[in-house]
Design a protein around this ligand. Structure first.
Ligand SMILES: C[S@@+](CC[C@H](N)C(=O)[O-])C[C@H]1O[C@@H](n2cnc3c(N)ncnc32)[C@H](O)[C@@H]1O
Length: 249
């Protein structure tokens, strides 16, 4: 009796541990499969999110990345009217549109993403809202902008879509397009700050795209991108970290 109970406990625990891994790696495989990518999507060693573009905003709300999360990013960015802002890996443009409101009619915000369906969603949403936010197909590792162009560069939940060898290149691109004294604000998967997330995030410790971030290397990556200093300015839900860095004057 006791032994069959123990067997069921072990089976149940194994399913609980293995199921998230199967779901996570299944989703990653599907998102990267050539058949899930639109023909216009730009080539990148990263993970463009064409497949989920139409349901992405609802998914964000379900996992708790709603308005309050976006407003926290805007607050950390400290945007002023008239500023020029770049949002790298903008997805459906929720954050980009909020930035457009913050910088006002004299300001400018451009969102870039390699996923053609994400950019299509972003443009559709912006036009429905009458937003001045602009959107372009581009990859963060090769930004189509001259140096010293933006007051602020934002990266929201994008870095963990890149393989480790591409992250420093992307961060150095963000550094290049910033004006001297300009600020870079990033939120992404970070070292978990509560025990529950230590357990739940265990599959991410084995995925190369997230391994370095879960191990707490975000600050080091930002420094390697050319920023003189990187500060963790907040966290979200115990697993996302907000980071801020300035380009030297
Ligand atoms: C989790 S979504 C985040 C979207 C949005 N920034 C947000 O906060 O909701 C990650 C985005 O990064 C994009 N992405 C993947 N590879 C990229 C690359 N090489 N350059 C720029 N963006 C990339 C994906 O297409 C996707 O839209």
């Amino acid at each position: 009796m006791l032994s069959s109970f123990l067997i069921w406990v072990v089976v149940f625990a194994a399913v609980l541990l293995v199921l998230p891994v199967i779901i996570l790696y299944g989703m990653i495989w599907m998102c990267r499969h050539p058949r899930s990518l639109s023909p216009e999507t730009l080539h990148t060693p990263g993970m463009p999110l064409d497949l989920v573009a139409s349901v992405y905003d609802r998914y964000c709300l379900i996992i708790g990345l709603g308005r309050a999360f976006r407003q926290t990013m805007i607050r950390h960015a400290g945007l002023k009217e008239g500023e020029s802002v770049l949002d790298i890996g903008c997805g459906t443009g929720v954050l980009t549109r909020l930035v457009a409101q913050a910088v006002g009619p004299q300001g400018e915000v451009i969102g870039i993403d390699p996923a053609a369906r994400m950019i299509a969603e972003a443009k559709k949403n912006a036009s429905a809202e009458g937003s001045r936010a602009q959107f372009r197909l581009a990859v963060a590792e090769n930004l189509p902008f001259e140096g010293n162009r933006f007051d602020c560069v934002l990266s929201s939940a994008m870095l963990h879509h890149l393989p480790p060898e591409l992250k420093v290149k992307v961060l150095s691109e963000a550094h290049r397009v910033l004006k001297p004294g300009g600020r870079f604000v990033l939120v992404d998967v970070d070292r978990p700050t509560n025990p529950l997330w230590w357990v739940l995030s265990w599959p991410l410790k084995f995925w190369p795209f997230t391994k370095d971030q879960i191990e707490g290397k975000l600050g080091d990556l930002i420094l390697r991108g050319g920023f003189p200093r990187a500060d963790k300015v907040g966290s979200w839900g115990g697993f996302l970290g907000f980071w801020k860095a300035f380009k030297s004057v």
